[in-house]
Design a binder for this molecule. Structure first.
Ligand code: AMP
Ligand code: ZN
Length: 114
């Protein structure tokens, strides 16, 4: 656990969240400010700052996060269309520096994103 990391504290239960899934590698919870009917954040239990800070040792967990998103999307019957998003760096709007995969679905999603 990294001190002063909001998402590490959520994993530890120090800060409450609406958990939707957890296993030994990832934790998933409802976004506090949802941008779609489904807006879930999937985070690794290992503290990784962001995609540009990830290294080759993180390849498996990055793929595992995507598969966790697909599993949740399947459970929520979002197969007609959903999106997984990593915001990387301040210009992309990354505001929490513990990597998190957004799962968005349940409405028509426009392209390109803003
Ligand atoms: P990003 O802008 O990609 O860094 O995404 C951060 C996301 O975390 C935003 O969608 C926020 O709404 C969400 N968020 C921030 N604090 C919390 C929290 N305490 N519980 C759940 N989601 C949060
Ligand atoms: Zn963290």
């Amino acid at each position: 656990m990294t001190p002063d990391c909001l998402f590490c504290k959520i994993i530890e239960g120090e800060i409450p969240s609406k958990k939707v899934f957890e296993d030994d590698r990832v934790f998933a919870f409802e976004d506090i400010d949802p941008k779609a009917p489904t807006h879930v954040l999937i985070i690794p239990k290992k503290h990784i700052v962001g995609l540009k800070e990830a290294d080759p040792n993180d390849a498996e967990i990055l793929g595992y996060m995507q598969l966790a998103a697909a599993k949740l999307a399947n459970e929520r019957k979002l197969e007609s269309g959903y999106r997984t998003v990593l915001n990387v760096g301040p210009d992309a709007g990354q505001s929490v520096f513990h990597i998190h995969l957004h799962l968005l679905g349940g409405r028509k999603l426009s392209w390109p994103p803003g």
